[in-house]
Design a protein. Structure first.
Length: 153
């Protein structure tokens, strides 16, 4: 699967924000008394994840944009301006390596937005389902980290 830039973006954002990302098996949300929330939603041509914990948030939507391309629109929200500034600098640095314009970063307040796309041999429902499964795995990993007490600000 060719989610290398997306996976790097999400993992970097999750590590910096100290939150896990991911979801459940459909449109139902995961959440518990700790305040951890995660939801994966599937659509006809897109899949989204919405994740939050202790003032940090992550949302991403993967959309089929052509027969060979999926675009990703991701927003990382940080609980403090210092964390947002650090993440913004790291993402802007990453953006500088992608001269083809496939990775764009904007920062505003405590949010960092990344627009990215991945190209495939062909794109179809199976490809989008792979993205959904990646989101769900990240959700479960995030919940597991919270349950183990590994996430704190």
């Amino acid at each position: 699967m060719k989610l290398n830039k997306l996976a790097m973006t999400m993992l970097a954002g999750c590590a910096i924000a100290l939150i896990g990302c991911g979801g459940d098996s459909g449109t139902a949300a995961t959440g518990d008394s700790s305040g951890y929330y995660c939801k994966v939603t599937r659509g006809a041509n897109s899949v989204s994840v919405d994740n939050s914990y202790k003032g940090a948030s992550y949302t991403s939507t993967a959309t089929i944009t052509s027969d060979t391309q999926i675009s990703f629109h991701s927003i990382f929200g940080y609980p403090t301006q210092a964390m947002a500034d650090e993440a913004c600098a790291a993402q802007k640095d990453e953006e500088s390596y992608w001269q083809d314009g496939s990775y764009k970063v904007s920062c505003s307040g405590r949010n960092v937005t990344v627009d990215d796309y991945s190209e495939y041999f062909s794109v179809g429902p199976d490809t989008l389902e792979e993205v959904a499964l990646e989101f769900e795995e990240m959700c479960q990993e995030g919940q597991d980290r919270v349950d183990r007490g590994e996430v704190d600000f």
